[in-house]
Design a protein around this ligand. Structure first.
Ligand SMILES: Nc1ccn([C@@H]2O[C@H](COP(=O)(O)OP(=O)(O)OP(=O)(O)O)[C@@H](O)[C@H]2O)c(=O)n1
Ligand SMILES: C[C@](O)(CO)[C@H](O)COP(=O)(O)O
Length: 225
């Protein structure tokens, strides 16, 4: 039995606005996607399936000779389903990880923490970090927005990837063909219990130009090649 990691990397990167799909943007001499895959392989994952935009399949295959590359979909959940189809046809797996290419600096320990929790019996496992800002619920008003309430942040977690699943739980989660911002959202909707393990600040998602600058500075400050 083995651990397979599915990497949705078919997004446009609209909020980054870097002139090409986000996973193919340079991050200190390698693409964001190559750095993400490198992190996955450093974590002793047995196989990697990557979903990319249709016109970038050849480029991805050339960059990632050790990965299985498939065409992604219009939504993140559709890209994940394309990876699931390829993975279940090709590999005998007991843990499936799903990891955003955009979380390119995720440390190997976080992958191991998620895999260990799935192997210990949790059907769905996600990393989460505490929220550090004070949070307000708002509504339109006063020519802008007005505060309705201060939210109790002690019960909130900012959720990351990799998210880990027992294969049957992931199949049930995606059986609806629905869409959610993460795979745990589909699992919750299917009535599957979701366990949270401690996340890692280095697993932040490169979403905006600010995040890309931060990722570049972090890599350059550690002398990583
Ligand atoms: N149709 C899509 C949309 C997103 N993703 C992937 O899902 C991950 C998380 O998505 P996000 O960071 O929001 O990326 P984008 O959708 O590219 O960003 P944006 O919303 O700014 O366009 C990324 O690795 C992205 O490539 C994907 O595989 N297929
Ligand atoms: C999957 C995810 O990265 C977990 O934090 C996140 O939900 C992606 O959301 P986005 O709306 O595509 O940024």
């Amino acid at each position: 039995m083995s651990t397979v990691c599915l990497i949705p990397a078919a997004g446009a990167g609209t909020r980054l606005a870097a002139g090409r799909p986000k996973a193919f943007v340079d991050l200190v001499g390698q693409t964001i996607l190559e750095r993400a895959v490198r992190g996955v392989l450093d974590a002793d994952v047995d196989a990697v399936v990557v979903a990319v935009p249709a016109d970038l399949v050849s480029e991805a295959q050339a960059l990632l000779p050790d990965c299985h590359v498939v065409v992604g979909g219009a939504e993140r959940s559709a890209s994940v389903r394309a990876c699931i189809t390829a993975a279940t046809a090709s590999f005998d797996v007991d843990v499936i990880l799903i990891h955003d290419a955009a979380r390119a600096l995720t440390p190997p320990d976080l992958f191991r923490r998620v895999v260990d929790a799935v192997r210990a019996g949790a059907p769905a496992v996600i990393p989460g970090v505490p929220v550090t800002d004070t949070l307000k619920a708002v509504e339109p008003g006063g020519g802008g927005e007005r505060v309705v309430a201060t939210v109790d942040r002690s019960v909130l977690r900012a959720v990351q990837t990799p998210q880990g699943f027992a294969p049957d739980a992931l199949a049930r989660a995606h059986a609806s063909g629905g869409h959610a911002t993460d795979d745990a959202g589909l699992a919750e909707a299917a009535g599957i219990p979701v366990t949270v393990v401690p996340g890692d600040l280095m697993a932040f998602k490169i979403t905006t130009e600010w995040d890309l600058r931060l990722a570049r500075m972090l890599l350059e400050s550690t002398g990583v090649r």
